[in-house]
Design a protein around this ligand. Structure first.
Ligand SMILES: [Zn+2]
Length: 70
């Protein structure tokens, strides 16, 4: 595989997982997903009123997503 092809496939993976994460966040916020897909623990949505990022986390923190509130 050429370097350019490697770069392209890397970009595609990143973009796919970016969209997957956006989708995942949407489903969690709408209540369609309530458990961590990795460990099955309940996901906790931490909505922050301060400058701190709001987060979605599970007890084991294998899910640890910062929400982009901008
Ligand atoms: Zn987990």
């Amino acid at each position: 595989m050429s370097e350019l092809a490697q770069l392209k496939s890397f970009n595609k993976i990143t973009s796919d997982s970016f969209h997957q994460q956006k989708n995942f966040i949407k489903k969690v916020l709408s209540g369609r997903i309530t458990q961590c897909p990795d460990c099955g623990q309940t996901l906790k949505i931490n909505m922050s009123n301060t400058k701190e990022q709001s987060t979605i986390r599970c007890a084991n923190q294998c899910t640890d997503i910062e929400l982009d509130c901008s």
